[in-house]
Design a protein. Structure first.
Length: 171
């Protein structure tokens, strides 16, 4: 594997690890603030980001590259409300998509078609992650500050992630 591809993939390893950490911190905030459904959703999201990281690590090493395990910064611990959390998630996922696109561009420039093929999974995954984050933000906008709406939102959210995972597993 070429060094610039290896370095770019390691940068993505770091970003997936950071994503997992951020969502873990958000899950902890939700759990501390009585939103158990949101917490379950975010714990699961954090686990999925760790799997994204692992997939990259294994791919790099299989191709005789060097997967480096990164240091991770402490994420923000406190949030104003659920709107802040889910807007941050959407913004973060849009950023991750742009980084994946840069990676894809490098593989095309270097004619590394194996890595290009491998990255297609991440391209589709980002499409789903962004769509899900947008869907949740739209729901929160509708609910506003309605307490009963927030209660139902919390109750329904854990199911939303499970349904999403079930769909993926049956693909
Ligand atoms: Fe692995 Fe949410 O990007």
């Amino acid at each position: 594997m070429k060094k610039n591809i290896n370095d770019a993939l390691n940068k993505q390893v770091s970003l997936e690890a950071e994503s997992s950490h951020i969502y873990l911190s958000m899950a902890s905030w939700a759990e501390r603030n009585g939103f158990q459904g949101v917490a379950d959703f975010l714990y699961q999201h954090s686990d999925e980001e760790r799997i994204h990281m692992l997939k990259l690590i294994k791919f790099i090493n299989e191709r005789e590259g060097n997967a480096i395990i990164p240091a991770i910064q402490q994420p923000k611990a406190n949030y104003k409300n659920l709107v802040e959390i889910f807007q941050s998630i959407l913004n973060h996922e849009i950023y991750v998509t742009s980084e994946i696109n840069k990676l894809v561009e490098i593989t095309l420039k270097e004619k590394d078609f194996t890595t290009h093929h491998f990255l297609q999974w991440y391209v589709s995954e980002q499409l789903e992650e962004e769509a899900l984050a947008r869907q949740i933000n739209d729901k929160l906008k509708l609910i506003g500050s309605d307490k009963m709406g927030l209660y139902m939102f919390d109750r329904d959210l854990a199911r939303l992630r499970t349904a999403d995972t079930d769909t993926k597993n049956s693909e």
